[in-house]
Design a protein around this ligand. Sequence first.
Ligand code: GTP
Ligand code: MG
Length: 309
Amino acid sequence: MATPTSPPPTETSAGFVALIGAPNSGKSTLLNALVGAKVSIASRKVQTTRARVLGIAIVGKAQIIFVDTPGIFAPRKRLDRAMVAAAWQGAEDADLIALLVDAHACARTLDRDTEAIVAKLKESGRKAVLILNKVDLVNPPQLLGLADRLNREGVFTDTFMISALTGDGVADVRGHFATAMPAGPWLYPEDQISDMPDRLLAAELVREQLFEQLHQELPYALTVETEGWEERQDGSVKIDATIYVQRESQRAIVLGKAGERIKTVGAGARKELEALFERRVHLFLFVKVREKWQDDPERYRAMGLEWER
Ligand SMILES: Nc1nc2c(ncn2[C@@H]2O[C@H](COP(=O)(O)OP(=O)(O)OP(=O)(O)O)[C@@H](O)[C@H]2O)c(=O)[nH]1
Ligand SMILES: [Mg+2]
């Protein structure tokens, strides 16, 4: 998987930084800003990220491998448990942990999920970097109050205040991690920005559109898999992706009246895919009912998740 690359090992450094936090705190948006490309999908809805996603950035002689994780919350269902387990696993394996807090949502009181994460870090004795995100939405006094409140926990080594959306403060965060990487050879080739296979990335970009375009609970009832990938002679690629839903009624909603919904989902995803792969993409979407996909280990593997009993 990891191939050391050319620069002399004495000068280079490389390591893993896990981005953890409550659902919707902006972890995936920050990962994309740090890497400078969309490698992890983001949406207004909570629990968008389902598995661990790597985004790789190079700053001078340092290679920083950022690990985007699913939001950490009190899990109920099996899929939830697998997601939260993946998030803590990501933190455990990393050289450094960054806790992202939605400063807007937490301006008055900390949410329970963030509180529980801080408690668990404290208990485990692990230190973290605190990143207060969404500063574009809060006023300075509230922000300082929140920073004070969190720093009293004795868990954080540094505090950053940023907007992952506008990019404000992101370069400082990147620079900080660059100086903190342990010495050693780079772990990925210089031009690699993610460890996600193109087929999975394609499925994720379709899922992102579904998260943005469908209401309420429906995005949580579906999963997307790339089933066909065909290189064309003219340099374009034909991608077949299947959207699995749990019921016939959900299939009807995903398709929309006269297929309107699936058409706009496909158009949105195709635009993102063409930007990412820098080539023409022919995207074909299928919707299938598979009532029990959330109890099917194979679907979890396809997402990059461990099967949780
Ligand atoms: N205003 C504002 N919105 C932000 C900022 N960062 C992220 N967002 C928005 O917050 C929402 C959630 O962002 P995500 O990056 O998907 O959050 P996440 O922490 O990865 O969420 P999960 O994967 O569900 O745990 C999206 O609508 C983002 O556009 C920010 O700095 N300012
Ligand atoms: Mg996310």
